[in-house]
Design a protein around this ligand. Structure first.
Ligand SMILES: [Zn+2]
Length: 318
């Protein structure tokens, strides 16, 4: 029987995470184990001929938690190559922020992370932005949505320019967001430039497999899309108050938008158009991993952070 204090069972994960959030050594070992399991290896050359560096006076682990590789002679830490590489924030704060971001259904505000970790607001924003980036879908490996796929669009943020604006929000400063969601499955949401037929159909073609069955409301922009999908296209006529006809409805897409909006309005208050995509990454991640327990979902977010160094422009804070 393996007696390593870490293991991958679900309950152990739930016990380990709070400890990793309060003790720096526990946090470092938590991230190390998630990354390397029981076989630590060099982040530069992949060699397993590595050792933890030790402080010569105390015999304890090196203060910076460095490792050294015997093959390439490089020193490194568990931060290298992940979203936390360019940060000097303690790893216990990363553990806490990952935990909260992956387990709060409506999202978690940077202000709350600032208070709980006693770090600056700038640092808390830095943490949350990197974590949302870790949660972003890996488009290189993305599998298109299949089966029955509900497609819908909504508007987020901004104020209507005038009262009595059209239901679709046209002529306002709101940002249009498109969603395609498999019944009982995965979701994909993205900001779109407008709600024209061309834009919406392009969005569907890009993320939905052509064997699928498409469901929408009766918005005219979707007309004609059925020819391109083996399962065809069916719509409910919202304009005449028809919301469900047999198994034809867009309730899944609509409830996904409702959940997203509660998060955006309740936790984030106002999200500018410029940053909205990051919140969509987070909400999609939560939706796509909703069947996992909290520990598993936290680990999934941490795993997703590996190999994703920041690749977007953002003033650095630490
Ligand atoms: Zn090496």
């Amino acid at each position: 029987m393996k007696t390593d204090k870490h293991n991958l069972s679900k309950s152990a994960t739930i016990e380990e995470i709070p400890l990793a959030c309060s003790n720096e050594l526990a946090a470092i070992e938590f991230f190390e184990f998630r990354r390397w399991g029981n076989t630590p290896c060099c982040v530069r050359c992949g060699s397993v001929y590595v050792h933890k560096m030790v402080d010569s006076k105390t015999g304890q682990r090196n203060k910076r938690y460095l490792w050294r590789c015997h093959d390439c002679k490089e020193q490194y830490t568990v931060r290298i190559g992940a979203v936390y590489e360019e940060s000097r924030l303690p790893m216990r704060h990363w553990a806490y922020a990952f935990w909260r971001a992956a387990t709060s259904k409506k999202g978690v505000a940077a202000l709350e992370i600032q208070r709980h970790c006693q770090i600056s607001y700038k640092s808390a924003l830095f943490l949350m932005n990197r974590i949302r980036f870790a949660m972003a879908p890996d488009n290189r490996n993305a599998k298109k949505l299949t089966g029955t796929v509900e497609c819908d669009e909504t508007y987020v943020g901004g104020k209507p320019r005038f009262k009595g604006m059209s239901k679709r929000g046209r002529g306002t400063k709101k940002t249009p967001v498109f969603a395609a969601v498999e019944r009982h499955g995965r979701i994909h949401r993205q900001i779109i430039a407008d709600v024209s037929g061309k834009t919406l159909k392009d969005a569907i073609r890009e993320v939905v497999d052509n064997q699928s069955r498409i469901m929408t409301d009766d918005y005219p922009a979707y007309h004609g899309i059925g020819k391109e999908f083996a399962g065809g296209h069916e719509s409910v006529c919202h304009s005449t108050n028809e919301y469900v006809r047999g198994d034809v409805h867009t309730n899944t897409a609509e409830s996904s938008f409702a959940l997203m909006k509660r998060g955006l309005h309740g936790i984030y208050h106002s999200v500018s158009k410029e940053y909205l995509h990051r919140y969509l990454w987070q909400f999609d991640f939560l939706w796509n991993n909703r069947k996992m327990n909290d520990g598993e979902r936290t680990i999934a977010a941490i795993k997703a952070a590996e190999g994703k160094r920041l690749m977007y422009k953002q003033p650095l804070a630490s």
